[in-house]
Write a protein that binds this ligand. Structure first.
Ligand SMILES: NC(=O)c1ccc[n+]([C@@H]2O[C@H](COP(=O)([O-])OP(=O)(O)OC[C@H]3O[C@@H](n4cnc5c(N)ncnc54)[C@H](OP(=O)(O)O)[C@@H]3O)[C@@H](O)[C@H]2O)c1
Length: 326
């Protein structure tokens, strides 16, 4: 099968279209003819030689797939050949075929394209699991989502707004801020022009927010703690600016703040099946009915993967970048 091969550690140029053997499904996996996959920020790190796939998962990049079932293991139930499915994988998405545990292969809503389906799993699982299951956001609370225009951000803004929370975001351009407002954000802060701490305190009349979703890491930690209310929750989901810093733990203690770190990829298969089921119960019906939607910035053919990676690294996307495989 055709797949994107990583020829070394480095920039987009190390990604080359080539031929590798198709994967064989285990007893509990289905083999999917992949029609579309999507980029995630983590793919940039893996391309440079970090963030390895969990043991047993494909070395090929790509954390989500949408396609049709072409074969399956003997223990697979409830899935038939030809079914249109989509879901999260530990790796292997940038290829014509990929394997996925049948309990994570979700049926695609009839009216969806493969590109729409491929834009959903990683960002809606991450946003849904963290903001609600880990972070306990509830109706009437306030949330600050950094990088509101990222894939995860665009999912987080929509589901938080849909759940009746007041949403604030940060982003690096006025255009991204306006687009986030169209998805339900109350206000956006251009972090390149204003101090988000001062702005959040102004917008909340000095109260701060209940939940912060952060991908920036080291340089934001102390400031994130300072915009949280008593019993606030800080969800640490990315480390774009680095992972080592020093903070005054007094803020954490005095305000009874919870600092929650989380990664999806390294979780056990049982935990990932649980996250998939929660998503199917809580958010898939809302997506299928169009109340919330996958946000797609650009669709590139698989062969243009280098261009797609350069586009993401330049922070040009609002929402997801899709690779069309067939
Ligand atoms: N923990 C998990 O399980 C998990 C799962 C999925 C993703 N993630 C993390 O979630 C984040 C978003 O992922 P994604 O795939 O949705 O990313 P994405 O679409 O590539 O968006 C990332 C955005 O972050 C902003 N950004 C980049 N550098 C920044 C900086 N130094 N300071 C402030 N903002 C900056 C840029 O927007 P602006 O133009 O606004 O600057 C950029 O477009 C990543 O950090 C990723 O690793 C975590």
């Amino acid at each position: 099968m055709k797949a994107i091969i990583r020829t070394g550690d480095g920039g987009p140029e190390v990604l080359q279209l080539g031929e590798i053997p198709s994967p064989n499904p285990t007893e509990t996996q289905v083999l999917v003819d992949v029609h579309a996959t999507a980029l995630n920020r983590a793919d940039m790190i893996q391309r440079r030689g970090g963030y390895p796939p969990p043991p047993g998962d494909s070395e090929v990049l790509g954390l989500e797939i949408a396609g049709t079932v072409s074969a399956m293991g003997r223990a697979v139930k409830g899935v038939a050949k030809g079914d249109r499915v989509f879901g999260l994988v530990g790796g292997g998405g940038y290829a014509e075929q990929a394997v996925i545990d049948y309990r994570m292969a979700m049926p695609m809503p009839d009216e969806w394209t493969f590109e729409q389906a491929a834009a959903v799993p990683e960002v809606f699982f991450t946003a849904g699991d963290n903001i609600f299951t880990q972070g306990g956001l509830s109706t009437g609370e306030t949330i600050l989502i950094h990088a509101g225009g990222s894939g995860v951000g665009t999912a987080g803004v929509q589901i938080s707004h849909h759940a009746g929370a007041k949403v604030f975001i940060t982003a690096g351009t006025p255009e991204k801020i306006e687009k986030c407002k169209a998805l339900g954000a109350e206000e956006g802060i251009n972090y390149k022009e204003s101090d988000f701490v001062a702005e959040i305190l102004r917008l909340t009349e000095g109260q701060g927010v209940d939940v912060v979703v952060d991908f920036i890491g080291a340089t934001y930690l102390e400031r994130n703690l300072s915009v949280l209310k008593t019993r606030g929750r800080l969800l640490q989901l990315g480390l774009i600016s680095g992972s080592v810093t020093e903070i005054n733990l007094n803020t954490l203690m005095r305000n009874r703040i919870q600092l929650i770190g989380s990664v999806l990829r390294t979780r056990s298969i049982d935990e990932k099946i649980g996250v998939t089921q929660n998503f199917m119960d809580r958010w898939l019906p809302e997506l299928a009915s169009g109340k919330i939607r996958p946000i797609i910035d650009t669709v590139f053919p698989l062969a243009h993967v280098q261009e797609a990676h350069a586009y993401m690294e330049a922070n040009r996307n609002f929402g997801k970048i899709i690779l069309k495989v067939r």
